[in-house]
Design a protein around this ligand. Structure first.
Ligand code: 1PZ
Length: 212
């Protein structure tokens, strides 16, 4: 139920979780990163069951990293920096084939964060009558789609058609009027960009951007 789900929280708190990600030493804290993703998943679920295949994949990845945070090695997974250092030093990152390392799992969320950044920016700067589905497919094609096989791109394209108009979408965020939602996006986006940038630099430095 869209109205019910939307009533219980506002996208503001979700995006604010990303403001808590970056530490004073410019490290990315894993717990608020996952909290931000959990909120995004809740929001996505409010948009309809057609998005379930997307939210399920995100949940699986959130849970993999959460399990590391609940394991004996939990302090190693406190920040993205400590995770990378620990997994690389202990040979836990498979460079040849798919694995469930924290590094490869977080990379999937990291790539999706790049799409999110572009999508929210497109929404923020879009015209009143622009179509959310167009903003979504254009930003998806320019980013995440490059990592997805044809069948996923096709399914994503079908799901995007179910997105409401820009104004309805902005109101679904539960931040107030469409204008207030646009202002909130302007405030929150720099923090998401910062989280993305720090992670991107870290992964590039360790040559982890192509992990299978
Ligand atoms: C507002 C509209 C939402 C549109 C969401 C746009 C993203 C479409 C992503 C489609 C992904 C579909 C399912 C799974 C794909 C996986 O194969 C990949 C790679 O993982 P691997 O197979 O290597 O383990 N998974 C991803 O790329 C992660 C996708 C997470 C997407 C989270 C979206 C959150 C949306 C928040 C909306 C405000």
């Amino acid at each position: 139920n869209m109205a019910e789900g939307a009533e219980t929280f506002s996208l503001r708190e979700v995006l604010v979780a990303f403001t808590a990600c970056v530490s004073e030493q410019r490290e990315v804290r894993v717990d608020p990163y996952l909290a931000g993703w959990k909120g995004l998943v809740r929001f996505l679920n409010c948009l309809g069951t057609i998005f379930s295949f997307i939210s399920k994949d995100a949940v699986t990845k959130i849970e993999i990293i959460e399990n590391y945070r609940n394991s004996d090695q939990r302090e190693k997974y406190l920040t993205v920096q400590s995770m990378v250092e620990y997994e690389l030093a202990n040979g836990l990152v498979d460079l040849q084939k798919r694995s469930d390392s924290g590094c490869r799992t977080l990379l999937r969320l990291h790539r999706a964060l790049h799409w999110l950044q572009m999508f929210l920016e497109g929404l923020r700067t879009g015209k009143d009558n622009s179509k959310t589905s167009v903003i979504c497919s254009e930003t998806y094609n320019a980013s995440l789609a490059n990592y997805h096989p044809w069948i996923i791109r096709k399914a994503a394209g079908v799901a995007f058609c179910a997105l409401p108009t820009r104004n309805t979408f902005l109101e679904t965020m539960n931040v107030g009027t469409a204008e207030e939602a646009v202002a909130m996006l302007g405030d929150a986006l720099p923090y998401i960009c910062e989280v993305y940038k720090i992670t991107e630099e870290l992964y590039a430095q360790h040559k982890l951007l192509d992990l299978p």
